[in-house]
Ligand binder design. Structure first.
Ligand code: NAD
Length: 280
C-alpha cells in the first residue's frame, strides 16, 4: 500500500471505539463497498482458520493437484477424509459478520464480496451468488478433472456414502475433484480479474479476518486504496497492512460488523458524512 497520506484510526482496548465510529462514518457514505473476507470471518461459525492453533487446514493434508490427477490412492484418501468432514461443514451456519454483509447488500451499498473462503457462508447468509467472488473456489462444488463438468457437493457426498471410493464424472468418465484450489494450482484467472476490477471500482474496502500474507489476494486492499478507496481493516491480530489501513479495528469480526452495519442502517442519507474517515 502507498505510504500514508491519510490519517489512521487505531482501535484496541486502549483507545476504545474511535475506530468503529470512524468506520461507521465511512461505511455510511459508501455506495460501492467491497468486502474482502478471509477465514477469520468464519471462525465464529465454528470453522477454524488456517493459521490459528486449531486450523484443520494446517493439520489436514491438502493434496497436491498432480497427485489428485494421477494417483487413485491419493484420491481415495482425499474422498475418505471429505466423506467424514463435509457433513460437518454443511451444518455450519453464518454468524453476525456474514449476516451484516448480507444486510449491506440489502441496503444497496455493496458492490461485491471477494472471499478467500470456500465455505459458502456468505451465500447462506443471503448475499447473492453473483456478488460473491470466490478466489479459492467452493467446497460445495465438485468438478471433473478432464472437462470441468460441475456437480453439487451434496450429490457427490451421497455417492461416497453409498460406497463409491473414487467417484468419476457421469458425463465423461474423468475422475472428480473438489472445485477448490489445491496445492500447486494458480488462482482462477477470471475470479482474480473480477476481484481486481471491483477493487478498482470500490469507494470503500472492508477487509475482515484475513492474515493478508497470501498473494495475490493480499494485494487487493492496496489496489483499492491506490484507486481512491478507504480501507477499513477488522482483524483479531496484527497484519502486514495494519499501518496502511485508513481504519484499523482489532476486534472480533461478528460483533464488530454487526455494530457497524446496525449503526449505518439507522443513519438517514442526510447524515452521510463526506469527511468520514478524517481523524482530525
Ligand atoms: P488465515 O487463517 O491466514 O487468517 C485468518 C485471520 O483472521 C488471522 O489473522 C486471525 O487473527 C483472524 N481471525 C480469526 N478469527 C477472527 C475473528 N473472529 N474476528 C477477527 N479476526 C479473526 O486466513 P486467510 O488469510 O483467509 O488464509 C487462509 C487460507 O485457507 C485461505 O486461502 C482459505 O482458502 C483457506 N481456509 C478457508 C476457510 C473457510 O473457508 N472458512 C477456513 C480456513 C482456511
Amino acid at each position: 500500500m502507498p505510504q500514508q497520506t491519510r490519517s489512521q484510526t487505531v482501535t484496541d482496548e486502549a483507545t476504545g471505539d474511535r475506530g468503529l465510529a470512524t468506520a461507521i462514518g465511512i461505511v455510511s457514505g459508501a455506495r460501492r463497498l467491497v468486502a474482502f473476507t478471509g477465514a477469520g470471518i468464519s471462525t465464529e461459525s465454528g470453522i477454524p482458520d488456517y493459521r490459528g492453533p486449531n486450523g484443520v487446514w494446517a493439520t489436514r493434508d491438502i493434496p497436491h493437484i498432480d497427485r489428485i490427477r494421477t494417483d487413485a490412492e491419493a484420491r481415495i484418501s482425499y474422498w475418505r477424509e471429505r466423506r467424514a468432514h463435509y457433513p460437518v461443514m454443511l451444518q455450519r451456519e453464518p454468524n453476525d459478520g456474514h449476516r451484516a454483509l448480507a444486510d449491506l447488500e440489502r441496503q444497496g451499498r455493496l458492490l461485491a464480496i471477494v472471499t478467500q473462503n470456500i465455505d459458502g457462508l456468505h451465500q447462506k447468509a443471503g448475499n447473492s451468488p453473483e456478488q460473491v467472488i470466490e478466489l479459492h473456489g467452493s467446497t460445495h462444488r465438485i468438478r471433473c478433472i478432464a472437462n470441468g463438468h460441475l456437480f453439487d457437493g451434496v450429490d457427490i457426498q451421497a455417492r461416497l456414502e453409498a460406497g463409491e471410493e473414487d467417484p468419476h464424472c457421469e458425463i465423461c468418465g474423468s475422475p472428480l475433484r473438489s472445485a477448490t484450489i489445491l496445492f500447486g494450482e494458480p488462482l482462477p484467472e477470471r475470479a482474480l480479474r473480477t476481484a481486481a476490477a471491483v477493487a478498482q471500482a470500490a469507494d470503500v474496502m472492508l477487509v475482515v479476518g484475513s492474515s493478508l500474507v497470501v498473494n495475490p489476494a493480499a494485494r487487493l486492499p492496496t489496489i483499492a486504496q491506490r484507486h481512491g478507496a478507504k480501507v477499513i481493516l477488522v482483524n483479531r491480530e496484527p497484519t502486514p497492512l495494519d499501518d496502511a489501513a485508513d481504519v484499523l479495528i482489532r476486534a472480533d469480526a461478528g460483533p464488530t460488523l454487526r455494530a457497524m452495519i446496525d449503526a449505518v442502517r439507522e443513519r438517514p442519507p442526510a447524515m452521510v458524512d463526506d469527511d468520514a474517515g478524517r481523524n482530525d
